[in-house]
Structure formats: C-alpha cells, structure tokens
Ligand binder design. Structure first.
Ligand SMILES: Cc1cc2nc3c(=O)[nH]c(=O)nc-3n(C[C@H](O)[C@H](O)[C@H](O)COP(=O)(O)OP(=O)(O)OC[C@H]3O[C@@H](n4cnc5c(N)ncnc54)[C@H](O)[C@@H]3O)c2cc1C
Length: 474
C-alpha cells in the first residue's frame, strides 16, 4: 500500500508512510479503508445529511484491540482523529475532513446478565440493540426516544428519554466503562478504578478517551407499558399547554410526557384533512403497574377534544421506535436547544407564534420532560450538571434541499434568541450544533468545567480527542 497525505491535529498535512499503513492494516481485526474502498462511504455517512466530510483514512474497528491500534497511530503521528459511534450527533464531529476516522459502528454486541440486571454494551450499539436484548428479560435502562441513536454518544453526553424520570439519566445507570486513553492504553473506569475518568465520561462527551465497552444497570420495565400519542388541533394548543404544565407538575415519576409541535405527518390514525396542518402532540409513556399507569395517564387523556388519542398498552421496545419514521437519517438538520425549569406564559406564547411560521413540513419543536430521578442527583455528582431542569426544548429544523439551508437555520436561530430570556442558560451537550463552541464552558458544563479541564489534562494533555464539544486541557 502506498503512503498517504493526512491532516494533523493542528491542520497541517503530514505524510503517513506506507510502512505505517501496512503495519496498521496487518494488526487490525477490522478494516482500514481509503477513499473509494469498501466501507469508506458507509463509515463517513452519518444521520445529518448536512455533514459531508471526507477523512483520509477510516479504521472500522472490530474490538478494543483495533481501537488501541488506531489511537496509538493517531497519537504517534499527531493525526486529526474523529470517533464515530452510532453517527447520530447533530454537530457531525463523528467524522473529520482529511484526518483519521475511527468508526465503531460495527461493534454492536449487547450481553445481558439477567440475574445481576446488568448489560455489557459495545460502542456501536444502537438504542434498539440494547432495548431489544434487555427487553427479552423484561429489563431496560433509560436511553433516548429514537431507536437508531448510538448508545455511545448518547451515554457520554448524559442521555435521557421515557424512563429517566423514574430511573435517572443513562449516565446515572452507568456502572463501568472500558476506555482507551490518548496513550492508547485500555483502562477501566468505575467508582473504584480511575474514578476521576468515570466522573468525566458521565456527561463530558468523547473528550477523555474511546469507550470500548459500557456496563449498565438494568431495571424491570414492561415489557408492556402504557404509551402513545394524543394529537390536538393547533387552535387548542395554548389551552392544552397550560393544562400540560399543571399535569406534569403532579405526575408520578413513572410518567413522562413530551410536547411536540409540528405539522401533522400522514399518520394512519389521523384524518386526511389534518395532514399538513399544525398540531400539538402529547407523547406519553408510563411504566409500572398497568392499572396505576392507566390512572396516571387519564388526566392527560381528558384534556380538551383531541383529534386522535392512541395511548394504550404497547410493548416498550416497540414504543422506543415510535418516532423513528419522523427522524430517519438522510435529511438536512439544524438544532437549537434551551433548558427550562418551567414553561412560562411568555415562553408558550413565543412557541405558539413560531409554529405558525415553520419553514418546512418536517420541522418541529420538542419539549422534553425531565425532573424526577434526574433531579435527585447532585449537580457535581457526574459531569452532566443540569439537575434542576424540568424541560428541554429542541428546535429541530429539518429539510431536504440545500437551497433551504439559510432559511431553516435562520428560523431556528431566531426562535432560540427570542426564547433565551426564559431559559436557564444551560444546554444539553448532545443537542448542540457545530457552531456553538462558545456554549461548551458555561452552557454545557458550568461549574463542572474546571474539573473536566483538569481531568482532560491528565488523560489527554495533547487534546487528541478534539472532534467533539471540546474541553481544553487545563
Ligand atoms: C434523531 C435524534 C434523536 C435524539 N434523541 C435523543 C434523546 O431522546 N435523548 C438524548 O439524550 N439524546 C438524543 N439525541 C442526541 C444523541 O444523544 C446524540 O446525538 C449522541 O451524540 C448520539 O450518539 P451517537 O453514538 O449516535 O453519535 P456519534 O455522532 O457517533 O458520536 C457523537 C460524539 O460522541 C463521541 N463518541 C462516540 N462514540 C464514542 C466512544 N465510543 N468513545 C468516545 N467518544 C465517542 C465522539 O466525540 C462523537 O463525535 C438524539 C439525536 C438524534 C439525531
């Protein structure tokens, strides 16, 4: 194999000699692909079609050994290195232009220990891999709401979904991780071993090393839960949101209800006359005893006169895929996000005004519902600091033609600016687009930033892992 030109982590072009490439290829259990070779395009293509980066080389890892080989090569030659898990992150840092891409997406094994109620998960696993393996035993751990999302990136940023009010963030259920550090060494991070690293990877993103295995605590969940959508006409949205905020304030931890504002997709249970018109959707999931769950969702079903109410018994793993068709890969996407402790009248007014001006039929505003167990953890117990937040807004702009880029991005930014005065100032690191590096220090990490920067200096002093919402070494 001939040598290649590849980008250094300072942006220079460096020559990687043929011997280095041959040695790497020979050492790997997985593959090394150059542009045009099998697997190259598959590895560099991620969920957000706005991202079209072309690495100089791709390692598609088959195990921790491959990860160590790739990291050692990158560290030795000071290469620009990107690490890809499920490839879902909006910012597109899972891929780099001109550097080395370490693709973990083929490492998808999940092993459940039903007795100990734990799961060992490889870093390319998607949420559906974990959900389905764990649900075979009636178990689950809190993850996100779109089953094709990668477990790795979601966990490293914090991770929340339908189970979080009852069982905490994904990181609150992380028991240990195997991590390949910038020195190319595999270490264990848990409460006893490298506790500083364990603290940092629970919210600090991919800054500290490459996780090759996650160990999670599992909880009995379902397999049947009470879940589904209640769809209201937009004309009723103000009244519904006012009742929603009262109901969620009293809801048990088992119940989680997100509010989604968008144009109605052509869902089979919606009359054709509603398709394409603005709607407010309450998406509910309630776990635990079925009778108690039905009682808990009843007040939500009693609100207003919905166009459709399809809340009822559902397999948990199936409900986890409910939003997949609306969030399929391949569209252009731009997000803006704020955290809120409450949904004030002023905020509701701005949101409702914005829904009247959605730039495309695929755009939506999500209000994710937190609180409960998430907020009963101290803000400095893990790197994820936002333990007082009850609602996370995601302005999800989504479209297909590059000619709409400017218009759609401008719409999201405008709504973000207008709603800032009601927000905490914090932001979930996993909802940040690539142009928000100025929000990392105070917005994403706040009081936890200085500790993260110290741990970064210990485990990655040269900032090898910089393709992320970056914490600079102290
Ligand atoms: C449609 C959609 C729905 C979502 N819903 C939710 C939700 O309900 N709840 C929620 O919490 N989040 C949600 N997210 C956000 C999600 O948590 C992030 O996008 C997350 O980064 C995805 O992880 P990934 O492995 O797929 O990402 P990738 O893009 O592969 O990785 C993201 C970053 O993580 C780092 N990384 C990845 N793997 C590793 C590893 N093994 N070791 C070290 N660093 C690594 C890298 O820095 C990489 O750039 C959603 C995202 C999308 C696109």
């Amino acid at each position: 194999m001939a040598g290649i030109e590849i980008k250094s982590n300072e942006g220079r072009s460096v020559s990687l000699p043929s011997e280095a490439l041959d040695a790497l290829r020979g050492a790997l259990r997985g593959t090394l692909s150059l542009p045009g070779e099998a697997g190259y395009d598959e590895a560099r293509t991620i969920w957000n079609a706005m991202i079209d980066k072309k690495p100089a080389a791709v390692v598609r890892a088959a195990g921790a050994g491959d990860v160590m080989q790739a990291v050692r090569l990158a560290a030795q030659h000071k290469l620009l290195l990107a690490v890809r898990g499920g490839g879902h992150n909006i910012a597109g840092n899972a891929v780099c232009d001109g550097g080395l891409l370490l693709d973990l997406s083929l490492m998808r094994s999940v092993r459940v220990d039903p007795k100990a109620r734990t799961a060992r998960v490889e870093p390319g696993a998607r949420l559906s891999d974990l959900d389905r393996e764990a649900q075979a035993f009636g178990l689950a751990t809190p993850t996100g709401i779109n089953s094709t999302t990668g477990v790795a990136g979601l966990t490293l940023g914090g991770g929340f979904g339908w189970l979080s009010r009852k069982h905490g963030l994904t990181v609150d259920n992380l028991l240990s991780a195997d991590v390949v550090t910038a020195a190319g060494e595999l270490v264990r991070a848990d409460a006893e071993n490298n506790p500083d690293l364990f603290w940092a990877i629970r919210g600090g993103g991919g800054n500290f090393g490459v996780v090759t295995s996650f160990e999670f605590r599992l909880h009995p969940v379902g397999p049947q839960v009470i879940a589904g959508l209640i769809v209201h006409p937009f004309s009723e949205a103000k009244s519904v949101l006012e009742q929603y905020r009262k109901l969620v304030a009293k809801a048990p931890d088992e119940l989680c209800c997100w509010a989604v504002m968008r144009k109605a997709p052509p869902l089979p249970f919606l009359p054709a006359s509603v398709h394409g018109t603005e709607i407010l959707v309450l998406a509910i999931c309630c776990t635990g005893d079925t009778a108690a769950a039905e009682k808990a969702v009843a007040p939500f079903k009693a609100v207003g006169k919905p166009i459709a109410d399809v809340v009822g018994p559902s397999p948990y793993a199936g409900w986890q895929t409910a939003f997949d068709p609306l969030l399929a890969p391949g569209a252009r996407n731009y997000w803006k996000s704020h955290d809120f402790t409450e949904l004030s009248d002023g905020l509701i007014e701005l949101l409702l005004g914005a829904i009247g001006t959605l730039p495309t039929g695929e755009c939506e505003i999500f209000i994710g519902h937190l609180g409960g167990a998430v907020n009963r953890v101290a803000a400095d117990a893990t790197a994820y600091p936002h333990r007082d937040v009850n609602f996370v807004m995601n302005v999800h702009t989504r479209w297909s033609s590059p000619s709409d880029d400017k218009r759609c991005v401008a719409w999201a930014r405008e709504l973000f600016e207008a709603t800032a005065k009601f927000a905490t100032g914090g932001v979930y690191v996993n909802f940040m687009p690539d142009d928000e590096s100025q929000r990392v220090r105070t917005g994403a990490y706040g009081a936890n930033y200085a500790r993260l920067a110290k741990i970064k200096a210990k485990y990655d002093p040269a900032n090898l892992f910089r393709m992320n919402q970056n914490v600079a070494p102290a």
